[in-house]
Design a protein around this ligand. Structure first.
Ligand code: UD1
Length: 354
């Protein structure tokens, strides 16, 4: 079986890692195409190195742009690549512009398409990620869903027959990485003490692009009664500079984006997490660090239902919410047992179009 993976943004490299390893273990041919959506070394190369992902076979070098320009550039470059390799499956990951570009390119060339992390929904149609994931699910021949909640969403949209629940591949990587890095008791970031800092990331367009909203979030973080390690995504740095907002105020210690093992270590050591990332909410849950999400909704609803994640829209409540006690450890394991990538590869084998 020959599978061609299309990736381009930071969270996709994390998802690619266990898939690449499971593909190699099963003896399949795996072609990796990097669109170039994320191009800074700290957003891309270090993930390939740390997670032992083979170097991309093809790099499209697309870079930044408006959604249409960025997605269109990927689309026009992908035709030739897909036609050259003629894979048994084109595999796309998550919900970024690289996902929708890979999906459109595959279906237009009549190549079988599988979507990893299918069925997530925020039901917020303002989010570019929501357009990307809904359209990709409906284009896909095989929807690889991480959870039963995701299966339910796909079923409600008429996609039950092409859905397989595999578990969540980010859980595979997170649990394996945590077991290694935390055993070494690494020094926490910014010279802080374990258990005494809040770890934060903010990068969603809805939070960064409106100056008033971004100012309120940074001021909320600055007023927290604990040091806040703010790992600053390039979008956050660019928008803060554009709006004249100083990130290094009050409790906030801005730092460069962390490499994956360092991020997992910091997550395990933090007393709390404040984020608008999807993946981080789930990773916080897996490492039993209470999470506060600065959004109106989440795709990972299990984290909220089990008491480990609270959504904050009114920023005046941020300190009170972040300072809440940790809940009881849950018995439930909604994201699987750490072997989702093997299940995904098995599903690709079993549903191979004839
Ligand atoms: C993208 C995904 C988002 C995901 C996030 C993870 C879409 C629509 N969004 O958002 O779902 O959570 O990746 O990080 O695909 N930039 C750099 N260097 C880089 C990458 C980006 O400087 O390596 C800057 C550029 O100014 C760019 C901006 O960040 O314009 C935004 O990058 P982009 O890839 O468009 O989207 P993200 O915000 O990263």
């Amino acid at each position: 079986m020959r599978v061609l993976s299309v990736v381009g943004a930071r969270p996709q490299f994390v998802k690619l890692a266990p898939i690449a390893h499971a593909m190699a273990a099963a003896g399949h041919e795996h072609v990796i195409v990097h669109t170039g959506q994320h191009y800074d070394a700290k957003m891309s190369d270090v993930f390939f190195a740390d997670l032992r992902i083979p170097a991309p076979d093809v790099h499209l070098g697309v870079g930044s742009g408006t959604h249409g320009v960025q997605t269109g550039a990927m689309l026009s470059a992908l035709d030739a690549v897909l036609l050259e390799h003629r894979p048994d499956w084109v595999l796309v990951y998550g919900d970024t512009n690289s996902t929708i570009a890979g999906a459109l390119s595959a279906v237009k060339l009549h190549l079988p398409l599988a979507h990893l992390e299918a069925g997530l929904r925020s039901f917020n149609r303002r989010m570019p990620e929501e357009h990307n994931r809904v359209l990709t699910d409906h284009a896909a021949d095989l929807c690889l869903a991480p959870t039963e909640v995701a299966r339910g969403h796909l079923a409600a949209e008429g996609l039950a027959a092409r859905t397989v629940v595999t578990g969540d591949v980010m859980t595979d990587v997170c649990l394996a990485t945590a077991a290694t890095v935390l055993a070494d008791e690494p020094a926490p970031p910014a010279g802080l003490a374990s258990g005494e800092f809040v770890l934060s990331t903010i990068h969603r367009a809805d939070n960064t692009d409106d100056p008033q909203r971004l100012r309120a979030i940074v001021e909320g973080l600055a007023a927290l009664p604990y040091p806040v390690v703010l790992t600053a995504h390039p979008r956050l740095v660019a928008k803060a500079a554009e709006h004249g907002i100083d990130l290094a105020q009050g409790s906030v210690h801005p730092v460069e984006p962390l490499e994956y093992p360092a991020m997992v270590a910091a997550l395990g050591q933090a007393r709390a997490v404040v984020t608008d990332s999807g993946g981080l909410q789930k990773e916080a849950f897996l490492l039993r660090t209470p999470c506060t999400t600065v959004r109106t909704e989440t795709e990972w609803t299990e984290t909220v239902d089990l008491g480990w994640n609270v959504l904050v829209t009114d920023l005046s409540t941020l300190t009170a919410v972040v300072d809440r006690p940790a809940p009881e450890p849950p018995d439930a394991a909604p994201y699987g047992d750490g072997h989702a990538a093997e299940a995904a590869v098995r599903a690709l084998e079993e549903h191979l179009p004839r």
